[in-house]
Design a protein around this ligand. Sequence first.
Ligand code: ATP
Ligand code: MG
Length: 331
Amino acid sequence: MEIVVSGIRPTGNLHLGNYFGALKNFISMQNEHDCYFFIADYHSLTTHPTPQDLHGNVKQVLVEYLAAGLDPEKATLYIQSDVPETAELYLFLNMNAYIGELERCTSFKDKIRQQPQNVNAGLLTYPTLMAADIIIHKATKVPVGKDQEQHLEMTRQFANRFNRLYNVDYFPEPQAYNFGKSLVRIPGLLGSGKMGKSEGEGNAIFLADEPAAIRKKVMRAVTDSGPTTPNQEKPEPIQNLFQLMSVVSSKDTVDHFNDLYNNCQIRYGDMKKQLAEDMIHFTTPFRERIKELLNDEAYISKVARMGKEKARASAAKTIKEVREIIGFKSF
Ligand code: ATP
Ligand code: MG
């Protein structure tokens, strides 16, 4: 049995990228493994949310986890800040993380571009907090999207460095995981880049989106003037539309539009209409469960309490052992 750990930041509603990159694997892994899935609210502080937004977003993401099919009886479902042991391990790991390697991290460079007015130390040390989240439960498998590959590599680096420094074989090497052949990267609707909560208005389709919102976003997706020679290679925005279609539509539908493209007969308007309807068909059950669950305050707090208890027990055991390894001893 593997120990599985992964989380999603409560910086907005969950979108199809989060679902296919992470959540879908969470749901299948919970049946066989010892799973810890959390809502990364410490991580979301890098963008300075207000207290109201923070609390509301945590609730929303917890509900969306449940609506997507996570079972709190099978997996440990918890809120990162309910387990302050994580922050202590983050402190320890930061003592052996080097400025150079943190600055070279692609996601840090992206964030400098996205929020040049707020390049805080939390952004720089994002990978050490993520490593702490993962190794606090001594995880072996981490279901994440392709964008997290580099962070996972750094997590292994920090875990191995700890082992070497203290001459122990304590933390296992966590591996990124996806059920398919490789890690997933779902594209956004704006032509380039991945689907993301902070990748710009209209780029993401959320599980909670109403049909009208989905139609509007899909119809505005970036395309081009169409192919002019048969079997022409697809430029990135068109490739993206096809990739999105391949996750929500049937194979016949994808093949149909692919043939039209290859014969230079494709009308992107028709393709988008079909894509929007298939996305609506896919997201509707999620949206309906999200609405129901949002009103069930008693259930939400019960789930959060259960998760906190289980996650803390596991984290406290690790921190106790780590403190002994480092040399903190009580008198
Ligand atoms: P933000 O824009 O705030 O970074 P995000 O939408 O990228 O938010 P994260 O909380 O950073 O979401 O990521 C949560 C999980 O979802 C991670 O495992 C990440 O790899 C996965 N994920 C996010 N976007 C995609 C995507 N477009 N394709 C595949 N997986 C994704
Ligand atoms: Mg992200």
